[in-house]
Design a protein around this ligand. Structure first.
Ligand code: UT7
Length: 334
């Protein structure tokens, strides 16, 4: 019998500190304006963790996972595993998944982290679908959680304005034919490491361990060649959506909702135009939440479900692009 893997519940969490664009020009004194940020990115606000209170990636992931489980009427001990996508783990090790397993009290669950930047959630969802479809697990929490505010250079006006913090969670379960939820039908995934220089954190890893010198040079922050990343994002996301639709015999007319990675509204508009999908069927969350890296896709679907934008029978397409380069698309049916 074929086992179906279904997204049966979702959850999201944003920290309490809402940061408006004015923070950058009024509080930090950066040479930027409301008009530049809104017209070049579409972003008006983002949320940051309260680091003084110890809030970081695992804590946000735990909140999102709890909400997801509560909505499903399940206990943490009911899950087989916890898979986390993040580039801002609380520590290099132990993994964020171990911290979340402990804080949730998910006795008996296995878990690990995946690092694929903005594509991290989509790649991790593919892992979850494979584990469930192969029969190796029956019920998994899949979380995208990133504390981008911990790795931003707040003197770099081009980069610091686009990111925010947050976490989103899916419950992925083995399900019968009639079970409600979003069936995970297909994934297309790619990487191209030759693009690594365009978006990276240069130090703090094994090649250049953190030192007084690397910190003084700001090498533990995100370094981005925004223009180059922008061009690749538009091209690669467009290509991967076409690849996904072609191999499933679908066109954009068949898609109920397109949920792209939320980095820049102009990237999303360009992809939607190429994909020939009207903006009424495109999910946009970056205006309020900005780019939360691994959390953009699960938080966007969570909001779409809350707003009643996904109906039974609808196809939903995710597409993403990020550091690496990494990119991919996936197809779900509700
Ligand atoms: O999620 C991970 C993947 N990341 C992405 O997908 C991000 C992709 N890139 C982008 O979203 C955009 O490239 C940015 C938002 C990062 C930058 O926007 P842009 O339209 O590509 O700006 P640009 O880098 O081409 O810069 C244009 C001008 C420059 O001035 P000059 O050289 O023309 O005088 C910049 O110095 O805008 C200037 N600029 C700013 N001006 C005011 C750059 N950032 C700012 C700013 N405020 N915050």
């Amino acid at each position: 019998m074929t086992i179906r893997a279904v997204v049966s519940s979702t959850g999201r969490y944003f920290p309490g500190r809402k940061v408006l664009n004015s923070h950058f020009y009024d509080d930090l004194g950066l040479e930027t304006t409301e008009d530049w940020i809104v017209s070049r990115t579409g972003i008006r606000s983002r949320y940051y963790v309260d680091r003084d209170a110890g809030e970081a990636t695992a804590a946000m992931a735990t909140h999102a996972a709890r909400q997801c489980l509560e909505r499903a009427g399940l206990e943490p001990s009911d899950v087989d595993g916890i898979l986390i996508a993040t580039v801002t783990p609380d520590h290099s090790f132990p993994s964020t998944a171990c911290l979340v397993q402990d804080s949730l009290g998910a006795r008996g669950a296995f878990g690990w982290d995946t690092s694929a930047a903005c594509s991290g959630f989509l790649f991790t969802l593919a892992q979850a679908a494979s584990l469930v479809k192969s029969g190796m697990a029956r019920r998994l929490l899949v979380v995208g959680s990133d504390t981008m505010s911990s790795i931003l250079d707040f003197t770099d006006r081009q980069t610091c304005i686009i990111f925010g913090d947050g976490a989103g969670c899916f419950l992925v379960e083995a399900a019968d034919d009639d079970a409600p939820g979003g069936e995970l039908l297909d994934f297309v995934m790619h990487v191209d490491g030759s693009g690594g220089e365009s978006l990276k954190m240069p130090a703090g890893g094994s090649r250049r361990p953190a030192s007084a010198e690397t910190v003084a040079q700001g090498l533990h922050f995100v370094h981005q060649d925004g223009r180059t990343v922008f061009k690749h994002a538009v091209k690669r996301m467009g290509e991967v959506i076409e690849e996904l639709l072609a191999r499933n015999g679908l066109t954009s007319d068949d898609i109920g909702l397109f949920i792209p990675h939320q980095a820049n509204q102009r990237i999303i508009l360009a992809c939607s135009k190429r994909f020939k999908i009207p903006m009424e069927r495109v999910m946009l969350t970056l205006e309020h939440w900005a780019n939360t890296t691994a959390a953009t896709l699960p938080t966007a679907l969570d909001l779409a479900l809350e707003q009643g934008r996904v109906q039974r029978g609808d196809y939903v397409v995710f597409a993403t692009f990020g550091a690496g380069y990494t990119w991919g698309a996936s197809l779900l049916r509700w």
